[in-house]
Design a protein. Structure first.
Length: 94
């Protein structure tokens, strides 16, 4: 019999965040220094508006003006949300 795994069983509390105005240079330093894959970008009211990770940074550094770019310039818009009580399908955990 399969054990039910809930989102809350796998989720992380205290997700790293940054402001939309954070320079990508600072984001890169943080990701590497803290061994983190992505940051959630917060809007003016503290809501999650996007994500910045290694993939977005690699693309951004291809630009001549990379040092002047901010999280808002390079983020992937939207933040995936799942209810803490939601079940993780068994085919994902097997």
């Amino acid at each position: 019999m399969a054990t039910t795994i809930l989102v809350r069983d796998l989720m992380t509390v205290g997700v790293p965040t940054c402001k939309t105005s954070t320079p990508i240079v600072d984001i890169a330093r943080f990701l590497v220094g803290q061994n983190v894959e992505e940051l959630v970008v917060l809007g003016k009211s503290g809501e999650g508006v996007g994500i910045v990770g290694y993939e977005e940074l690699v693309s951004a550094y291809a630009n001549e003006n990379a040092k002047s770019l901010t999280a808002e310039d390079v983020m992937l818009e939207g933040v995936p949300e799942l209810p803490a009580g939601g079940e993780i399908p068994s085919f994902i955990t097997e």
